[in-house]
Design a protein around this ligand. Structure first.
Ligand code: FES
Length: 153
């Protein structure tokens, strides 16, 4: 049985060709400055890191800095030249206690109990900002006594 074609031979030929590209589509897309990779010949795959404005208070000094999402507040504060207390940098020794005055941090890598975190305490070495925030370094004893009290609950 013969099949019927409902389109003309010219239309059928046009369907075989790729659709014409507009002049804008023919040009390569310009790379945004933060996406331009260096060397290697590979594709530039870089994503701009999100950064937050974090104000750190310590011994009467108050400094605001840009802290990237994947960077701890302790790392940035030390880079900025602040002499904030620290030791293990692993969220274990509790030498870098702080009070979160505003904003939010992710400190899920640290050893603080949820009760203590809920009361606004943080460890600088495992605090990754999740919003603009303000944080004050506090005496170690303040956090230790609270942590021990909640550990007995
Ligand atoms: S430096 Fe040890 S807990 Fe932060």
């Amino acid at each position: 049985m013969a099949s019927l074609s409902l389109i003309s031979p010219a239309a059928a030929a046009a369907r075989q060709r790729p659709a014409p590209r507009s002049p804008a589509a023919a040009r390569p897309l310009p790379l945004l400055p933060f996406l331009r990779g260096g060397g290697g010949g590979g594709a530039a795959v870089a994503v701009a890191a999100r950064a937050y404005r974090v104000t750190v208070e310590h011994e009467g000094e108050k400094r605001t800095m840009e802290v990237e999402e994947g960077e701890t507040i302790l790392e940035r504060a030390l880079e900025e030249g602040m002499e904030v207390p620290h030791d293990c940098k692993l969220g274990v020794c509790m030498t870098c206690p702080a009070r979160l005055l505003s904003g939010a941090v992710d400190q899920s890598e640290g050893m603080l109990s949820d009760d203590v975190i809920d009361r606004g305490y943080a460890l600088l070495c495992v605090s990754y900002p999740r919003s603009d925030c303000a944080i004050r370094v506090i005496p170690e004893e303040e956090l230790l006594s609270l942590q021990l009290a909640t550990a007995n609950d």
